[in-house]
Design a protein around this ligand. Structure first.
Ligand code: NDP
Length: 335
């Protein structure tokens, strides 16, 4: 990571270096170190916040200019002096954007127990994105069978799962996404009832009226900004707005104004934000639900995998222009 970023991040905000002289070795005397071979990296929108100068109240630290980027990932243990991890173990958790890492914070690592799903799934559906969709939908939305649900950034890592959870729950689900290909995916692969390309709609308010003639019970907001503002007047009485993310605002110097907040009052709407890291006590319960759904193919999951660490900057930056179709993963190595 080169230096703090203003506006949209660029590939040139990061640099990929190769140094054949670095030799990682575990000191035999020191218990508790793990040498990892990193396999899959997760690209996540929250990483944009980490590229900005530190701000008060942030829930994650900013990257330090000149240091290696870190995030969620999957890795293999090559050597370990830590009692809980042994050579050959596969782990998910906090990893660095490098081929090999010497880790000193094993408390952030989860040993992967189930080998019958693709390993990369631990960067998404079995990782933060899956937990976010699960917590956001089941814990924060207060869903009811028959609810009319709207999901923005619906084809992404979180959105595709929220939509499918809502369908399994018996809701009517509409998604928005930024291309025809994504809209087709929503309708034909993920089973959304309806979907539209928000980039092609001149008047989002009128579009929402068309798709929700009787209003929206649950808005699962991944984008914030203008879409949120247009949703507010279209909420039903006692509706719920779940503030999961506001990706449309992450690269702006000045956030866009929200003018329709009065509809929270008029429609008795509950609007609630959440941060998934507060809810990891639910992880075992989540796994119990999601693993059979994946195995029985009751949940579909689409990843967008880019090969090679040298392509990681492009993959991360691409999230903010909608280049990714599904969960953005970087494969450094496959085993
Ligand atoms: P995605 O896989 O959905 O990738 C990001 C997508 O956002 C892009 O593909 C693009 O899709 C859309 N997008 C980018 N810029 C804009 C814009 N200006 N306006 C509207 N849409 C835009 O990411 P995730 O599923 O990982 O994350 C989705 C949201 O959930 C993010 O806001 C993220 O910050 C949030 N999040 C929150 C968590 C929490 O704890 N609260 C945890 C994890 C994620 P398109 O082509 O459709 O525009």
């Amino acid at each position: 990571f080169k230096d703090y970023v203003n506006g949209y991040p660029k590939e040139s905000d990061m640099v990929v270096t190769y140094d054949a002289t670095i030799h990682l070795e575990l000191p035999k005397s020191d218990g508790g170190l793990i040498l990892l071979k990193n396999l899959y990296l997760s690209c996540d929108p929250y990483m944009r916040g980490r590229m900005s100068k530190p701000i008060e109240g942030a829930y994650v630290d900013s990257f330090i200019p000149g240091s290696v980027i870190s995030g969620y990932g999957v890795a293999k243990v090559l050597e370990s002096t830590h009692p809980d991890f042994k050579k050959g173990d596969l782990i998910s958790g906090s990893t660095n954007w490098e081929e090999y890492s010497l880790t000193t914070n094993p408390e952030s690592l989860i040993k992967i127990q189930h080998a019958n799903v693709p390993l990369s799934y631990h960067t998404g559906i079995l990782g933060m994105a899956g937990m976010t969709a699960y917590v956001g939908f089941y814990e924060i939305c207060s869903p009811k069978k028959g609810d009319v649900v709207f999901v923005s950034a619906a084809s992404g890592a979180v959105g595709q799962l929220v939509g499918q959870f809502a369908k399994l729950y018996g809701c009517y689900v509409v998604g928005s996404a930024g291309s025809k290909e994504k809209v087709d995916l929503l309708k034909n692969k993920f089973g959304f009832d309806e979907a539209f390309n928000y980039k092609e709609e001149q008047n989002i308010g009128a579009t929402l009226k068309r798709y929700f003639p009787d209003g929206i019970d649950i808005y699962f907001d991944n984008v914030g900004g203008k879409m949120l503002d247009e949703v507010l007047p279209n909420m039903r009485l006692q509706g719920r707005i779940v503030v999961c993310g506001m990706i449309s605002q992450y690269n702006l110097d000045q956030p866009e104004g929200i003018y329709n907040l009065i509809f929270l009052l008029m429609k008795r709407v509950r609007m609630q934000g959440f941060i998934v890291i507060d809810h990891y006590n639910l992880y075992p319960k989540f796994l119990e639900m999601i693993l059979p759904l994946i195995q029985e193919r009751k949940i579909m999951y689409v990843e967008d995998t880019i090969e090679g660490l040298e392509n990681a900057p492009a993959a991360l930056v691409g999230l903010f222009t909608g280049k990714n179709i599904g969960k953005q993963v970087v494969a450094i190595a496959h085993d």
